[in-house]
Design a protein around this ligand. Structure first.
Ligand SMILES: NC(=O)C1=CN([C@@H]2O[C@H](COP(=O)(O)OP(=O)(O)OC[C@H]3O[C@@H](n4cnc5c(N)ncnc54)[C@H](O)[C@@H]3O)[C@@H](O)[C@H]2O)C=CC1
Ligand SMILES: CC(C)CC(=O)C(=O)O
Ligand SMILES: [Mg+2]
Length: 354
């Protein structure tokens, strides 16, 4: 089991270190970890945010554990050299088109949510976000508009092929998950042609999945209902942009962005299972980087997702998740949850409970 570890920028190395130590504490036979440079730090060392050696290492691994990229020092660079291109490039080059982002309140931890305990207890949704298309990957540029002022433009598009493959992932995820058997497809079909193609295609893709209830919701309404009626959602199927935004929103309903993990999957099989990239949903948090304040739980939970999805190690994944839930129940809370525990203390608390 070969894992490429890509800590990246800001709090990335801090949270990744704790997750790696959790994996090491499990003493899994045959586990080997290799570090690779990504993001702003890779740009500074190699002149590119996603060096060829890093991409090669990812291709030769069974899974990638990714921290975060993003560095305010690099915000003035040409777009193709910015740190964020590293994660976009990995997702695209490795054809990781399906991003799974579970948003769930662990039983007994409803008090971490800003919602009422009754509402918080209902939060158990899985985002299935398309990751290789949408406005993030369309042509873009700047030009002088008709009024003589500069304007920026970004092309949004989805093809039937792209939508069909992610829709099938969503239906299969709904079937394998809890008993809700429900997919809510989120779009903006009342305004966008991209979304109309999305919606029509999702309806067609639903045909072989008659056991799964499908409904459709506009993204603005979805943002509202995730807060007011979280129990209505099982799987939320959506595009790259809307999924990015709504999953941060859902993390706030759970309690903190420092708690939400993710898996990015494609179709490539390794000797151990399906290749995937695993990362917290948050970014490099430059406002708290280097202070030992970041909550590593999202990255630790991403490592658990890796054991489950790329290595079929369900029991070990559940062990990590139980240790995180136990630490939270015992009041091990980072600043993001109003507590005082630092990154290392949280990592140690999780390892003690494995
Ligand atoms: N996958 C990736 O590598 C991502 C990278 N980014 C990049 O990260 C940089 C910062 O972006 P922001 O919009 O500020 O989003 P962010 O997710 O880095 O931070 C948003 C807020 O949440 C807090 N936060 C995030 N993770 C936390 C954790 N583990 N523990 C405690 N608090 C946490 C931060 O301190 C900040 O106040 C940018 O350069 C952005 O492009 C953003 C999202 C994803
Ligand atoms: C940094 C972006 C490329 C992506 C993002 O915010 C995300 O995937 O959550
Ligand atoms: Mg995001």
């Amino acid at each position: 089991m070969k894992i490429a570890v890509m800590p990246g920028d800001g709090i990335g190395p801090e949270v990744t270190r704790e997750a790696v130590q959790v994996l090491e504490a499990l003493s899994l036979p045959g586990l080997t970890l290799f570090d690779a440079d990504v993001g702003g730090m890779a740009y500074k060392r190699h002149g590119h945010p996603l060096p060829q050696e890093t991409l090669t290492m990812a291709r030769e691994s069974d899974a990638v554990l990714f921290g975060a990229v993003g560095d305010p020092d690099c915000d003035g660079l040409a777009r193709h050299l910015r740190p964020e291109q590293a994660i976009l490039g990995l997702r695209k080059e490795l054809e990781l088109f399906a991003n799974l982002r579970p948003a769930k309140v662990f039983p007994g931890l409803e008090h971490l949510s800003p919602l009422s305990p009754e509402k918080a207890a209902q939060i158990d949704m899985m985002f299935v976000r398309e990751l290789n298309g949408d406005v993030y990957f369309g042509d873009k540029g700047t030009r002088i508009g008709a009024d003589g002022s500069q304007e920026g433009w970004d092309m949004m598009s989805y093809s039937e092929k792209e939508v069909t493959r992610i829709a099938h992932v969503a239906f299969r995820t709904a079937r394998a998950g809890d008993d809700k058997n429900r997919v809510t497809s989120v779009d903006k079909a009342n305004v966008l042609e991209t979304s109309q193609v999305w919606r029509d295609t999702v309806i067609k893709a639903a045909a072989p999945h008659p056991d799964i209830a499908l409904d459709h919701m506009y993204v603005d309404n979805a943002a509202m209902q995730i807060i007011t009626n979280p129990g209505a959602f099982g799987v939320i199927l959506t595009g790259n942009l809307f999924g990015d935004i709504l999953s941060d929103l859902a993390s706030a309903a759970v309690g903190s962005i420092g708690l939400l993990a993710s898996a990015s999957m494609g179709e490539r099989q390794s000797a151990h299972g399906t290749f995937g990239l695993y990362e917290p949903i948050h970014g490099s948090a430059p406002d708290i980087a280097g202070q030992g304040k970041a909550n590593p739980m999202a990255t630790i939970l991403s490592a658990a997702m890796m054991l489950r999805h790329s290595f079929g190690l369900e029991a070990e994944a559940a062990r990590i998740e139980a240790a995180v839930a136990g630490a939270l129940a015992d009041g091990i809370h980072g600043g993001d949850l109003g507590g005082t525990h630092g990154t290392q203390a949280i990592g140690e608390a999780v390892r003690e409970r494995l």
